[in-house]
Design a binder for this molecule. Structure first.
Ligand SMILES: Nc1ncnc2c1ncn2[C@@H]1O[C@H](COP(=O)(O)OP(=O)(O)O)[C@@H](O)[C@H]1O
Ligand SMILES: [Mg+2]
Length: 564
């Protein structure tokens, strides 16, 4: 889905065919299914979709902070030409937080409750305050990265091979072992539904005092339990029938494991071979860097000594001498490290930038002394101390009151303008998006189903899911939520075939249940994955609420008024 959003614009992040899953007790959960998008310098890309659609998982993958049970099944995340999925841990540390910052929904979870705000803001700066070390790191950085990346690429290759095997193993276990063994995905869903209604009925039974009603519930329960038992015996029967098949697949898996181990070994050997010359170069560079740092340090010390001698030899009076000596000392220190005073000065500046009044006083306070909105400002300040290029905001205002929400959104817009940041703004609330986005990607069940410029998605939406989201935005005047989206998102252990939204869509056609729709082009910048855009599809109008709203906001726009 290569897209030329703006030819003049620099692309700084490219997510390509990303596939992410999780190992769970119930099987492999497919959280992100082949998503691709780009981020351009200075733009805000909003990713919007219901809870569970894979938004946070995507941003965590970019930050390199996925949970331990995650499986990266494929894809790339290119940042300035480098694939973050292959990058070595060392370099990732440099990128994470430094070049790509992230703000989460709950500011408290990113703040330490028992450390003063000032210390939390200056922490990152002071950790890297040794200028000699920074100089050394900088000198060896290119060679270190080349070497580490070579190792990391090897590891990534090995991981992919192993992950593919692990996936097969989990599927195998799910099919033949455990409570669900022997049932098809659909049957498992049916059984789960039965178990759920049995639980609900039991709760109802406990709550009821009416003998007649109890009797009726008991009868219903008996029926449901019998059906659950039927599934269990069906599973048992299938399992015994499948015994041969299982033994054979087990043997195949064993053979495969051997093969995988062999492959991994080979990848490791190849990697070490490729890395050897890089390691040699790195060692040489380290030697040279040490020497350069030493020269610099000596020079600073020599200059200081010379200055001290000069002052002592001068005919200044005692007080002036003392002052000049102190100044020379400070100058020397500033050449060797970032001092606390310097870090504090920078922190106060950023606190002002993010709109924290009385920063001098606030600097000494603890998180509990701040309101929710102010805390989120602090979190933004901390992210900014590293001068990131990309800021990922994951539902940054969801936990805040509406008025505070607006203020934080304004702040994010302001720092973006001032710093020319690229922002990935994640939210479940399309209402927030209108004000923020240059472009919008709509996500459903681990896929992007529509993307385009903000205008295109708001005024010419094409996917029924986008229509549903648009119809559910509370009306700006009445604040009334118009149409809740019917049904619930699918269980991502068994993602539906075809268009995942079909089950909840009154516009679904037969093909939506069978085949996954490709992206159809609406304009150079606007694409939607819905069969409704196929030339042979019947002509379908978007829901009236949506078209009326669009007409109204276009009219308002024409009248030169803001749409609110
Ligand atoms: N560590 C995990 N283990 C298992 N499933 C997970 C894990 N993290 C997220 N998921 C699942 O991945 C899917 C996408 O989650 P997420 O990206 O958090 O959704 P959202 O769009 O609300 O941010 C959900 O089904 C969620 O339950
Ligand atoms: Mg989330």
């Amino acid at each position: 889905m290569a897209m030329d959003y703006s030819k003049n614009n620099e692309k700084i992040l490219e997510v390509e065919d990303l596939v992410l899953s999780f190992k769970t007790d119930h099987g492999i959960l497919k959280a992100v299914r082949n998503i691709s998008f780009d981020l351009y310098k200075g733009e805000t890309l909003c990713i919007v979709g219901e809870s569970g659609s894979g938004k946070s998982v995507t941003s965590k993958a970019i930050m390199g902070i996925l949970a331990n049970n995650s499986i990266v099944e494929g894809g790339h995340i290119y940042y300035r030409g480098e694939d973050l999925l292959e990058v070595a841990e060392e370099e990732f540390h440099k990128i994470r937080g430094h070049k790509i910052g992230m703000i989460f929904q709950d500011p408290l979870s990113s703040l330490n409750p028992i450390v003063r705000i000032g210390k939390q803001i200056t922490e990152a700066t002071l950790i890297n305050s040794n200028k000699l070390k920074l100089m050394y790191d900088d000198l060896i950085s290119d060679d270190l990265i080349a070497y580490k990346n070579c190792l990391a690429r090897g590891k990534h290759k090995a991981d992919l091979v192993q992950n593919a095997y692990i996936k097969e193993l989990v599927d195998f276990k799910k099919k033949y072992n455990g409570a669900n063994g022997g049932l098809t995905n659909e049957e498992v869903n049916q059984k789960d539904a039965l178990i759920k209604s049995s639980k609900d009925l039991k709760a109802k039974l406990d709550a009821s005092n009416d003998e007649e009603e109890k009797k009726q519930i008991n009868a219903e329960l008996d029926g449901i339990n019998a059906k659950i038992k039927e599934f269990d015996s069906l599973a048992a029967q299938r399992r015994s029938e499948q015994a041969n098949e299982r033994a054979q697949q087990n043997a195949e898996l064993k053979a495969k494991k051997k093969e995988v181990n062999q492959q991994v070994k080979q990848i490791k050997a190849e990697t070490l071979k490729q890395a050897a010359p890089l390691k040699e170069k790195l060692d040489q560079t380290k030697k040279e860097a040490k020497e350069k740092v030493k020269v610099y340090k000596n020079q600073v010390n020599e200059e200081y000594k010379a200055k001290v001698n000069e002052i002592n030899a001068s005919n200044l009076d005692e007080n002036a001498k003392k002052e000049a000596l102190a100044a020379a000392k400070l100058e020397r220190i500033n050449k060797l490290k970032i001092t606390k005073a310097e870090a504090k000065r920078r922190a106060l500046e950023i606190m002002k930038e993010v709109g924290i009044p009385e920063p001098e006083k606030r600097f000494k306070q603890y998180p509990f002394e701040f309101s929710g909105g102010m805390r989120q400002r602090i979190v933004i300040a901390i992210a900014l101390t590293e001068t990131p290029e990309i800021l990922i905001c994951d539902e940054p205002t969801t936990a805040l009151d509406v008025t505070i929400q607006g203020q934080i959104l304004e702040l994010i817009k302001k720092i973006q303008r001032d710093r020319n940041l690229s922002i990935i703004f994640i939210t479940h609330d399309l209402g927030v998006v209108a004000n923020m986005a240059d472009r919008v990607a709509v996500m459903y069940a681990g896929k992007i189903v529509e993307y385009g410029t903000s205008e295109e998605v708001f005024f010419n939406p094409k996917h029924p899911y986008t229509w549903a989201l648009l119809s559910s935005i509370p009306d700006v005047d009445s604040k009334e939520r118009l149409d809740a989206i019917p049904g619930t998102p699918p269980n991502m252990i068994y993602p539906p075939k075809g268009d995942a939204f079909a089950l909840r869509s009154k516009y679904a056609m037969q093909i939506d249940f069978e085949e996954e729709p490709p992206f159809f082009k609406v304009s150079d910048t606007h694409y939607a994955a819905t069969w409704l855009l196929h030339p042979n599809a019947p002509k379908v109008e978007m829901p009236k609420i949506v078209s009326e709203r669009i007409a109204n906001s276009l009219k308002a726009k024409k009248n030169g008024k803001e749409d609110r």
